[in-house]
Design a protein around this ligand. Structure first.
Ligand SMILES: [Fe+2]
Length: 454
């Protein structure tokens, strides 16, 4: 039995060995290889994924870099546009800019008023730069507010109602900084986000302070070229210098106006001194001025025309300086010779005022304030529309004040009587249309009759 067991054990050992040799070891080796292959495949996949990730990252970086490059390239193109490299184009632009300055100065020679100057500047810049909007705002020194004085490309109603504080909005920002502003896209400018924007500003624009050293007059906005291009650095510098040039123009106009106003005050004092020579015509110039302005306003004449009529009405009898007291203050009817002397006063007025270029329009109205609608007046015996509108207005106002003022030889007429007389003078002495406007003024605004000497 023991032998059997040994024998059997040997067989088993032999079979195990055989089994191991024939089956187990190859199996283990196979599994080992399979395991290795799996690991290799796994490593390969990981490696592949890793490579894919790396590749994706590189691609992503490439895209980022591409975008950055595009942005840089765009900025470079803009910069290149700003610093024009072609010298001939640069010279051409400079020549055009110099020509523009000369032409602008020529246009501004006769601009005695700031709003006329602003209108000329706006129109010329608008045309020269071919833009969609050009706006000038000026500071009102009395209210410290900014008002649009002239604009092209925006609604006229918007101009009328537009008022800003001088430190408000983009205009206020430019004035406070006293530096020009170049905006390529308003919505992209972070540093302007906290500032209110005027409705007419958007997209790309240039804002220039109109200032000379520390004297600030206002701001000029030039918005969006019609070609769709941005403003170049060269144009920006040109506009910055133009802002200074406009400030010089404005300063001269203000000085000129100040000088004129002082002169006018002196003349007006003389006019009231003439009125004062005759107690019956005291305040006559003031009354005629008030009526004339009311008629002109009723006729809705432009502001500047009303200003000229106002000055002419105030000075209309300035020529009486040259009339002797015996004639001017005579209590009885003038004889023919005296009347001829009195008729000289419109011409004497023109002689006094003609040397003053800024009163040229005023002196013409004064010369003709005694012309009649039917042509029987003096000194030129012109008629109808040959007589300047302002002179026809002053004639109505002058006649009415004479009728409603006491004279040594008669009492003043009542309002009704004076209106009746005005109606009778239609078509012969006075312009019927202007008489109608004045009657309308008297009916709707009887307060106007309140005489200064009341
Ligand atoms: Fe007169």
């Amino acid at each position: 039995m023991k032998n059997f067991n040994n024998f059997f054990t040997k067989i088993l050992q032999q079979k195990s060995l055989t089994f191991a040799l024939h089956f187990l070891i190859p199996l283990i080796i196979t599994f080992f290889f399979i395991f290795i292959i799996i690991i290799l495949i796994s490593i390969h996949r990981k490696k592949k994924n890793f490579l894919i990730n790396v590749q994706q990252k590189i691609l992503q970086n490439y895209e980022d870099l591409k975008k950055q490059y595009q942005t840089l390239n765009e900025q470079y193109i803009k910069l290149k546009g700003a610093f024009i490299t072609d010298k001939s184009i640069d010279n051409q632009l400079q020549r055009e800019e110099i020509d523009f300055i000369f032409k602008l100065q020529q246009h501004l020679i006769d601009a005695f008023y700031i709003d006329i100057a602003c209108r000329i500047i706006v129109e010329q810049i608008h045309k020269f730069l071919n833009v969609q909007k050009t706006i000038i705002l000026l500071i009102d020194k009395n209210t410290n507010q900014l008002k649009i004085v002239a604009a092209n490309g925006i609604d006229s109603q918007e101009i009328k109602n537009f008022i800003l504080k001088s430190n408000e909005s983009i205009s206020g920002f430019v004035l406070t900084q006293n530096k020009p502003l170049l905006v390529e896209n308003l919505s992209d400018e972070n540093y302007l986000k906290s500032i209110n924007k005027e409705d007419y500003l958007g997209g790309n624009f240039v804002s220039i302070p109109i200032s000379l050293q520390n004297q600030i007059f206002g701001v000029l906005h030039i918005c969006s070229k019609n070609t769709g291009q941005f403003f170049t650095k060269s144009e920006f510098l040109f506009l910055e210098n133009l802002g200074k040039l406009i400030a010089i123009v404005f300063k001269n106009i203000f000085l000129y106006q100040e000088l004129n106003e002082n002169y006018l005050k002196t003349i007006a004092a003389l006019a009231s001194a003439i009125d004062a020579r005759d107690p019956y015509t005291k305040y006559h110039s003031e009354n005629v001025t008030r009526y004339s302005v009311a008629i002109a306003q009723e006729m809705k004449l432009p502001y500047k025309e009303i200003e000229i009529i106002k000055q002419a009405a105030l000075l209309h009898d300035i020529g009486k300086i040259g009339i002797r007291d015996e004639v001017l203050l005579k209590m009885t009817k003038l004889n023919e010779q005296e009347y001829e002397q009195m008729k000289m006063h419109p011409l004497k007025a023109q002689q006094i005022l003609e040397s003053l270029s800024f009163l040229k329009n005023v002196s013409v109205l004064i010369r003709h304030h005694h012309e009649r609608f039917d042509g029987k007046g003096y000194p030129d015996a012109i008629s109808d529309k040959q007589i300047e509108l302002g002179a026809r207005i002053i004639a109505v106002a002058d006649t009415f004040d004479a009728m409603t003022t006491d004279r040594p030889y008669r009492k003043a007429l009542t309002l009704e009587e004076a209106i009746s007389e005005l109606k009778k003078a239609k078509n012969n002495q006075l312009d019927p249309e202007i008489v109608d406007y004045f009657i309308k003024v008297l009916e709707t605004n009887p307060e106007i009759l309140r005489k200064t000497n009341d």
